[in-house]
Design a protein around this ligand. Structure first.
Ligand SMILES: Cc1ncc(COP(=O)(O)O)c(C=O)c1O
Length: 448
């Protein structure tokens, strides 16, 4: 203990005092108004972590020891790493976007009178008869503005989330593969919903079965964020490009994607996961017809109300790019936030020295007109030796993540959502940065 206090300087005490005061104020604010807290407290947390990132590592360590003293964790006052609070970053729930849409206010509000959108049909004469024309128009407008996908001569098929669209690509028994690490829902959806038609066949890199197959190419990839291309070296396959994360807040837009079947979703582009709206851009008319048929049999179309709301949201996003106002565009807002979050996460990982993260090369973004490193929606974190079970290790620190096991990879890896609300994210990085210190302190205190 004496050695512990020896390393403290007056500066450390000031940091402690600041942290405690901030925690107390924040607690009061949080209980009064959690929105206010998002703005205030998190700025403070950000400063603390950024500051520790720019001072020599010895000082970083002592500062963070203060913030994670057991007495603060067990007190009723929230400390800067959230005390015992469970931080759940298992799901990719895009709640970080709420702040943008709150700031946008009524711009994205729509009113749907009781008599509207009553028919099953949105546009009875068109190939995708349940697609709202207004939504189709806004999809094209947005892709043209961002430059991330070809829309000319493409059929648009709307789905209840892109999850439904991914199931709608074929009507004969098929093997479905994706290179590992792959999005953890692919095997579950494939084997659960259409077991007679599809069979999950695992890692695309080792796929060598005879017969037709679907390869899902997710780019940028969930969970590891890397840009991908198809890997199966066989003919007779259908390629489905899941481009849920090919938006400028996550990835430099360096080419206009031009694949046969491309999937997008509002869940990750605008943050409206609860709307359950996705769309496919499809080159081949017959494929588009099959997808429409599947959705017709599955859910008799897609909520028209949700499509109208999605149309409005996309319109606000594109307007924000075309006619800049005092409100930043959604992509500006989210790109800055993601950039800052990745800096903080990397700083925390460096400080802890128990983990590693993927490294990315910068790319030039035609939409934002600058070059930057990808900042994926998920962090693919690796626990270094001697930690074997990364998910279990983080869970013992009250951080919930998804194990690499679900992505076709081992338990050394976890996937962590980067899209949660500010408060949750900043508590998470603070806590991550102090894990080794807390654990080594526990060991020292018990004399082991
Ligand atoms: C690669 C990928 N595709 C699709 C989805 C699901 O999108 P939706 O909410 O539109 O069903 C996700 C969600 O995390 C995803 O990561």
């Amino acid at each position: 203990m004496a050695r512990f206090f020896n390393v403290f300087s007056l500066r450390n005490l000031l940091v402690l005092s600041l942290a405690l005061n901030v925690s107390l104020i924040l607690r009061v604010l949080y209980e009064k108004d959690s929105e206010v807290m998002n703005g205030l407290c998190l700025d403070k947390k950000r400063e603390t972590l950024m500051a520790t990132d720019s001072v020599p590592s010895e000082a970083q360590a002592t500062e963070t020891v203060y913030l994670s003293m057991p007495s603060f964790s067990s007190s009723s006052t929230a400390d800067s790493n959230g005390g015992d609070r469970i931080i759940n970053l298992d799901h990719g729930d895009p709640t970080m976007y709420e702040r943008f849409w709150q700031q946008a206010g009524d711009k994205s509000t729509i009113m749907i009178p009781g008599w509207q959108s009553m028919s099953y049909f949105s546009d009875a004469g068109s190939l995708c008869w349940f697609l709202e024309p207004e939504f189709a128009k806004e999809i094209i407008r947005l892709h043209k503005r961002v430059g991330n996908a070809v829309t000319k001569d493409r059929y648009i098929v709307v789905g209840t989330g892109s999850t439904q669209l991914y199931q709608a690509d074929a009507v004969e028994p098929l093997s479905v593969v994706s290179a590992s690490p792959y999005y953890s829902s692919y095997p579950l959806i494939t084997d659960c919903l259409k077991s007679g038609l599809y069979k999950w066949a695992g890692d695309a890199q080792s796929f060598n079965r005879e017969g037709p197959f679907i390869e899902l190419v997710t780019s940028p990839n969930n969970p590891d964020g890397y840009v991908r291309q198809s890997v199966v070296n066989k003919s007779g396959g259908i390629l489905v490009h899941d481009l849920a994360y090919y938006w400028p807040q996550y990835s430099p837009i360096d080419a206009v994607a031009d694949h046969d079947i491309m999937l997008f979703t509002v869940s990750k582009s605008t943050g409206h996961a609860g709307m359950r709206i996705g769309w496919a851009l499809v080159k081949d008319e017959e494929v588009a017809k099959k997808m429409v048929k599947f959705i017709e049999l599955n859910t008799i179309g897609v909520s028209r109300d949700s499509q109208l709301r999605a149309a409005k949201v996309l319109q606000v996003v594109t307007d924000g790019c075309e006619y800049p106002t005092s409100l930043r565009s959604l992509f500006d807002f989210a790109a800055h936030l993601m950039e800052e979050r990745w800096k903080l996460l990397r700083a925390a990982v460096r400080q802890s020295s128990l983990f590693t993260l993927p490294e990315f090369s910068p790319g030039s973004c035609g939409f934002l007109n600058r070059s930057f490193e990808p900042r994926p929606a998920f962090a693919w974190l690796k626990c270094e030796e001697p930690i074997e079970d990364c998910e279990g290790f983080l869970r013992s620190n009250n951080i919930l993540t998804r194990s690499g096991k679900h992505f076709g990879v081992g338990p050394h890896y976890v996937r962590i959502s980067m899209l949660d609300r500010d408060e949750t994210f900043y508590i998470f990085v603070e806590r991550l940065s102090t894990i080794h210190l807390r654990q080594s302190r526990q060991v020292n205190e018990t004399g082991e």
